[in-house]
Ligand binder design. Structure first.
Ligand code: 5GP
Ligand code: ZN
Length: 117
């Protein structure tokens, strides 16, 4: 079972922000912004590339609720879904990063900036 499924099952503790039957939002253990929340579907899906559009409809509403609950809807936030190896996805359970709580830098540097993608 993957690490996020263990969080859903309560085998690994988490700092929950918001929850419903289908989705869970919790604080990232190693925050990369003043506010760093992860949003996952409770049912395991490997990555964004595999997710059903119907699940994303629910996910959209849920993320908007999280933003309202935390006040990020007013101040702004960044939504990130790393997908696969080149995308830097480390946990193979679909998750969206909600980043905010301060002005964020925009740096998508390539490992080799001289190599064309
Ligand atoms: P990825 O690199 O796959 O897009 O993001 C995985 C995220 O999960 C990382 O930001 C990492 O800090 C976070 N993370 C990894 N293990 C745990 C954990 O056990 N608990 C929580 N709350 N976050 C985790
Ligand atoms: Zn999982």
């Amino acid at each position: 079972m993957c690490i996020f499924c263990k969080i859903v099952n309560g085998e690994i503790p988490n700092n929950t922000v918001h929850e419903n039957e289908q989705f869970l939002a919790f604080h990232d253990l190693y925050p990369k912004a003043p506010v760093h929340i992860l949003v996952i579907p409770k049912q395991h899906v490997d990555c964004f590339q595999d997710v059903q559009p119907e699940v994303m409809a629910g996910m959209t509403m849920f993320i908007q609720e999280v933003a309202k609950k935390t006040g990020l809807d007013k101040t702004g936030y960044r939504l990130v879904a790393n997908n696969g190896e080149d995308g830097g996805q480390e946990v193979m359970h679909l998750h969206f990063h909600i980043l905010g709580g301060g002005k964020l830098r925009w740096d998508h540097s390539h490992e080799d900036p001289h190599k064309s993608i």
